[in-house]
Design a protein around this ligand. Structure first.
Ligand SMILES: Nc1nc2c(ncn2[C@@H]2O[C@H](COP(=O)(O)OP(=O)(O)OP(=O)(O)O)[C@@H](O)[C@H]2O)c(=O)[nH]1
Ligand SMILES: [Mg+2]
Length: 406
């Protein structure tokens, strides 16, 4: 109630006894609602500006180089791309369905596999480390999946035979001799010269006794550096395998554990054949390899895990090692993940896992062997800060609808 007297020194006491008149509840609710919407709008705008947008692929990046049967370098060849065909099919399906209807990704036509295993190797200035990793990878792939190019089916079960492999090396705008080293490696192994076999961190006595089939290793060159996430995503758009694994060029992961990833993935696959197997170093925490790392690095690793647990949805948060550079995807999982990737840098693994989780793809963590390899280009402090920032933006962009599956 207001007093019907002017507010003067004489009646100040009377005024102070009068209760302050509050606006009605509905007005408070409206004001709060307005504030909330305004905040959401500004948050959306800020995330819209800050969220990374992958740069478009350039013409030359859709080509590859390999070594011809006689040992000379091929001209640039067209890189087969399941993604482009899938995208065209999706646009067609959208047109047919009309704007209001959501498209079920399972209904979009998707190119089938030509071989059993595709390995994507992101490589940024890896002239020193790449060849050792390739020696170990080729030794295993050749003995495990043989030289066959074409995928074969088992006559009785109709299941895919474990035959045929390819490696797609994506040079991420390297300015050193990464590409030459890779092609020299291919030449030697195709012609079976093996002049200077160089083992990686794991295998000391590789067989080096079989020559690899022509065209098994393709080298793709990004014109400018994108970051590990950009390089891996680019490679994964161009794979022909029933299974796709990405592996770091330093050979830190024990390549022979690939079989464990395949078994792990197959054990969880759903009826569409979708599954992800995540190589994990979690069992090594407390072991020499991890303890030997600097205190700062281990502290940052634990802080990052805490952040992940707080900020990611439950299945992703439950994964103990999201950052291991050895992850396997079954082919039917790819259209649910690869087309929707945005992260170019180190946080891309988390985006892949969140996409898999949101599409209901089963995931399994598989313990693998791992060795610390000299020559990491990771800047512990800056890259950790970048990852925390990247994670916050990524989560906000998916939550606010800045990123979506349209
Ligand atoms: N540093 C860096 N690596 C890249 C980039 N693009 C692709 N990569 C590749 O990403 C992989 C991982 O790089 P590493 O420097 O070993 O980093 P890491 O394995 O995460 O870190 P460590 O545990 O210290 O080895 C390698 O195959 C790199 O060649 C890039 O822009 N920067
Ligand atoms: Mg490494």
């Amino acid at each position: 109630m207001s007093l019907n007297k002017p507010y003067t020194l004489d009646n100040v006491r009377e005024y102070s006894k009068t209760p302050i008149e509050m606006p009605p509840t509905w007005a408070l609710v409206v004001a709060l609602g307005f504030l909330f919407v305004a905040l959401l709008f500004w948050a959306y705008m800020a995330v819209h500006v800050l969220a990374p947008v992958p740069r478009p692929t350039r013409r030359s990046e859709k080509q590859y180089t390999t070594i011809l049967p006689k040992g000379n370098r091929s001209d640039a060849k067209e890189l087969p791309c399941w993604f482009d065909k899938w995208e065209a099919e999706k646009q067609l399906a959208k047109k047919k369905a009309g704007p209001a209807k959501a498209i079920d990704p399972a209904q979009i036509l998707f190119e089938s596999a030509d071989l059993f295993m595709s390995v994507v190797v992101p490589a940024y200035n890896e002239e020193d480390r790449l060849v050792g990793m390739l020696e170990e990878a080729v030794d295993y792939l050749q003995s495990e999946y043989g030289g066959a190019h074409e995928m074969e089916m088992e006559a009785d079960t109709g299941k895919v035979k474990r035959k045929g492999w390819e490696i797609v090396i994506v040079s991420d705008g390297s300015t050193d001799k990464t590409v030459d080293m890779a092609l020299d490696f291919v030449r030697e192994h195709q012609l079976s010269l093996h002049k200077s076999p160089r083992s990686g961190p794991w295998a000391k006595d590789l067989k080096h006794n079989s020559n690899i089939p022509h065209g098994s290793i393709r080298v793709v060159q990004l014109e400018a550096n994108r970051g590990k996430g950009g390089a891996v995503t680019h490679g994964m758009r161009h794979v022909r395998g029933q299974y796709v694994v990405f592996a770091d060029a330093d050979g830190a992961s024990r390549f022979t554990d690939l079989g464990k990833l395949v078994d792990g993935c197959q054990s969880v696959e759903d009826k569409e054949g979708r599954g992800v197997a995540i190589g994990s170093r979690a069992h090594l925490v407390g072991s020499e390899a991890v303890v030997k790392r600097s205190k700062l690095r281990n502290f940052l690793m634990h802080s990052f895990h805490l952040l992940l647990r707080l900020m990611t949805p439950p299945a992703t948060a439950a994964i103990k090692d999201t950052q291991c550079g050895f992850k396997l995807f079954s082919r039917p999982s790819l259209p649910y993940i690869v087309p929707y990737m945005h992260s170019e840098g180190w946080i891309f693994d988390v985006e892949m896992l969140m996409l898999a989780e949101s599409a209901g793809i089963p995931m399994v963590e598989v313990a693998i062997g791992w060795k610390e390899v000299m020559g990491s280009k990771l800047n512990v402090i800056w890259d950790s800060l970048g990852m925390a920032w990247g994670l916050a933006i990524l989560r906000a962009a998916w939550m606010l609808g800045v990123y979506n599956r349209d």
